[in-house]
Design a protein around this ligand. Structure first.
Ligand SMILES: Cc1cc2nc3c(=O)[nH]c(=O)nc-3n(C[C@H](O)[C@H](O)[C@H](O)COP(=O)(O)OP(=O)(O)OC[C@H]3O[C@@H](n4cnc5c(N)ncnc54)[C@H](O)[C@@H]3O)c2cc1C
Ligand SMILES: *[C@@H]1O[C@H](CO)[C@@H](O)[C@H](O)[C@H]1NC(C)=O
Ligand SMILES: *[C@@H]1O[C@H](CO)[C@@H](O)[C@H](O)[C@H]1NC(C)=O
Ligand SMILES: *[C@@H]1O[C@H](CO)[C@@H](O)[C@H](O)[C@H]1NC(C)=O
Ligand SMILES: *[C@@H]1O[C@H](CO)[C@@H](O)[C@H](O)[C@H]1NC(C)=O
Ligand SMILES: *[C@@H]1O[C@H](CO)[C@@H](O)[C@H](O)[C@H]1NC(C)=O
Ligand SMILES: *[C@@H]1O[C@H](CO)[C@@H](O)[C@H](O)[C@H]1NC(C)=O
Length: 597
């Protein structure tokens, strides 16, 4: 009897494990509408090819929920330059977070770029976009911060009814995302220590687990499930109306094609190349209201607009791009929130964690935490997670000295490092509401190459002041009992780490933390990115309040390039919501009640 039961259980286990593997391998069954770009038949020149009601460029954080929603009533073509995330182990598991970012090859799910200041940064190149390579922390912005609200307050101050309607739709759009891909985190001991440490130093009240943006300390949501498996925006495509959606992967859009015969230039299609390098042209249907929507992210969208002839006249002329519309604001207002970090040594080895806890100070700085992997007896397998030198977060040397050679040097020396340098957690300080601004411009006309991007970190004194302020909080935090309980009691370990800090790539508290002048220098020298870069196609400058590109017809931008500030402590919730929200809004404005949504 027991034997039979045993056999039955083993059989069931075998069945589920096989199914597990089957699911991983056969995304084609779940997503039959995703195909390689080379399968697209480009017969549009003869006008017999399939034309679409919407062509969305970029299957990222905003692009996927947008495509899924629009497909309810219209034909949609979603073009993504990267591959699928489903079978890619580098993106599928929390423990591999640093691996895609450290993969600097052209096939990586993450395309690295170095801003003119020398800070290493990453942009997604995979279906699901940033949600496939990010740290998974999910948290809504404050009601005031919702960019859509800001716009409506400016443009429709008296239109209370409409504002109310939009606020309701915003409220409904979050759960649509959350029910599909967001989870409650299992707090690791480091994240718990941070939570109580933050409360101890006065970042209160304790708001517990919540998606809401509230002053004090809270635990946010995560797109990693309890097994450490990532859930990305690509999974939202399951909600699409299959027969109305075509998704092409490895489809790199090179430009938007305009019909310039009318009064205003009108977007009518896009050119793209497939995985074999072959060119294609995809066209919009002739129906009134058909649109091209750029959701290529804060670097990709301004780059694509420039390559399509929309941007500052002088920049276009310099690149011999024939001008469609002169708009000096394309690529302007770029900003990235600086992140500075501190290493906190521990007595014992750490569990790995990405962001779970956040302290939201009224003054506009956010304190978050992460920790790498230190359970291996061999240093070579240990890593610093979000702060890994391998991904260019070389935070102990000034940005200008952070080169690929410096990364290689770290990797060569890694096995010589003692274990202490991996036994610890990081405290991260993020400056919100940045005032420093930079710009984006083309280096060449190749869409595969990064444009030149500057963020001018800390060029505005406000941002520097805020970083100093964050470190005053962090200084108290490392002295709080909730943190010191975990720390080694002996001075020796600290001395040793201090001696090794550059080789090991860990910042310890600056010795003169009270001295504002030296803290300012520390902020500048140790600046890294938290990857919340935004801007380049801002509302009121490049797009209007409905995200329609000013001065042309049939073209919108829906992604982080439209932001003048990064919303919430971390932006992905807003971007996911925005995709869903704009999808519903477009359906409603085209179909009215007949949209049935
Ligand atoms: C490493 C990292 C960690 C982060 N951690 C967090 C976090 O924990 N929490 C949080 O809230 N936010 C986090 N963020 C930020 C957040 O993920 C991004 O702000 C967000 O994903 C950006 O969304 P988007 O829709 O604007 O662009 P993306 O999601 O980047 O989408 C753009 C898509 O367009 C595609 N594309 C670009 N150009 C073309 C082209 N020419 N043709 C076809 N396709 C194209 C890209 O491949 C990409 O898939 C992190 C970001 C990174 C990079
Ligand atoms: C995962 O990363 C490794 C290490 O950089 C790389 O060799 C491999 O090709 C990557 N896999 C995928 C599917 O991108
Ligand atoms: C949206 O939700 C928040 C709380 O979740 C609530 O305070 C607000 O009144 C809601 N707004 C609308 C218009 O439903
Ligand atoms: C632009 O065209 C001119 C004249 O044909 C040429 O000399 C120049 O190199 C071109 N510039 C670029 C960036 O292609
Ligand atoms: C740190 O470095 C100094 C000078 O190089 C040396 O005297 C000291 O012994 C080192 N301390 C430790 C703990 O390694
Ligand atoms: C730093 O400031 C704290 C109070 O903010 C004070 O207790 C401490 O003595 C100061 N340290 C130095 C070295 O001045
Ligand atoms: C739009 O799609 C919804 C859901 O399938 C459907 O109920 C509605 O009738 C459709 N509207 C139109 C105008 O086709």
């Amino acid at each position: 009897m027991i034997m039979k039961l045993f056999l039955l259980v083993s059989f069931l286990l075998l069945l589920t494990s096989c199914q597990g593997r089957r699911n991983l391998n056969t995304w084609e069954d779940k997503y039959p509408f995703i195909r390689y770009a080379s399968s697209f038949s480009s017969s549009s020149s003869t006008a017999v090819g399939k034309a679409y009601d919407y062509i969305i460029v970029g299957g990222g954080t905003a692009g996927c929920p947008l495509a899924a929603t629009l497909s309810q009533n219209f034909s949609v073509l979603l073009l993504e330059r990267g591959g699928v995330p489903f079978t890619n182990r580098n993106v599928s598991f929390l423990r591999n977070f640093h691996i895609s970012l450290a993969d600097l090859s052209p096939t990586s799910a993450s395309q690295y770029f170095i801003s003119s200041e020398g800070v290493f940064n990453s942009r997604a190149r995979v279906l699901g976009g940033g949600t496939c390579i990010n740290a998974g922390f999910y948290t809504r912005p404050s009601h005031r911060q919702v960019p859509l609200f800001g716009i409506f307050l400016i443009f429709h101050q008296l239109d209370i009814e409409r504002l109310g309607l939009d606020a309701k739709l915003v409220n409904e759009s979050y759960p649509w995302i959350e029910n599909q891909i967001v989870h409650m985190p299992k707090l690791t001991s480091w994240q718990r220590a941070m939570r109580y440490g933050l409360l101890e130093v006065g970042i209160s009240p304790d708001n517990g687990f919540t998606y809401d943006h509230l002053y004090g300390t809270k635990v946010g949501g995560t797109t990693f499930d309890r097994y450490g498996r990532r859930h990305s925006a690509a999974e939202l495509l399951k909600s699409a109306t299959r027969e109305n959606l075509d998704v092409l992967i490895h489809a790199t859009v090179q430009k938007v094609v305009f019909d310039k015969s009318g009064k205003k230039p009108k977007a009518i299609g896009v050119t793209f190349k497939d995985e074999k390098g072959k060119q294609h042209l995809a066209l919009l249907s002739n129906k009134q209201g058909s649109e091209i929507i750029l959701s290529s992210g804060a670097i990709g969208t301004p780059q694509l607009l420039l390559l399509s002839g929309v941007g500052p006249k002088a920049d276009l002329e310099r690149m011999n791009i024939s001008m469609v519309l002169d708009n000096e604001f394309v690529g302007k207002g770029m900003s990235d929130n600086p992140m500075n970090s501190l290493f906190v040594p521990f007595k014992t080895r750490m569990e790995q964690s990405l962001i779970q806890t956040v302290g939201i100070a009224k003054t506009g700085v956010y304190i978050e935490a992460s920790s790498g992997f230190s359970q291996s007896p061999d240093s070579i397998h240990c890593n610093h997670g979000m702060l890994s030198a391998e991904i260019g977060q070389l935070s102990t040397i000034p940005p200008k000295q952070r080169t690929k050679e410096a990364i290689e040097a770290f990797k060569r020396n890694k096995h010589n490092l003692p274990h202490e340098v991996f036994k610890g957690g990081f405290i991260l300080g993020k400056v919100a509401h940045t005032k420093s601004r930079g710009k984006l411009s083309l280096c060449n006309t190749n869409i595969d190459d990064n444009p030149s991007v500057s963020f001018n970190y800390f060029s505005h004194p406000h941002d520097l002041q805020q970083c100093v302020h964050a470190f005053h909080i962090i200084e108290k935090l490392v002295k709080s009992t909730h943190l010191t309980n975990y720390m080694p009691p002996d001075e020796d370990t600290f001395e040793k780490l201090l001696n090794l800090s550059v080789l090991a790539n860990v910042n310890l508290l600056p010795r003169h933390a009270n001295d504002t002048r030296s803290l300012k220098q520390f902020c500048k020298d140790t600046v890294t990115t938290i990857w919340h870069f935004h801007g380049g196609c801002q509302v009121g400058k490049v797009v209007n309040s409905d995200y329609k590109v000013l001065g042309v017809q049939g073209l919108r931008v829906i992604d982080g390039s439209t932001f003048s500030q990064s919303p919430g402590t971390n932006p992905q919730a807003t971007l996911l919501m925005m995709g869903r929200y704009m999808g519903v809004k477009i359906l409603r404005s085209r179909l009215g009640k007949a949209a049935g949504i």
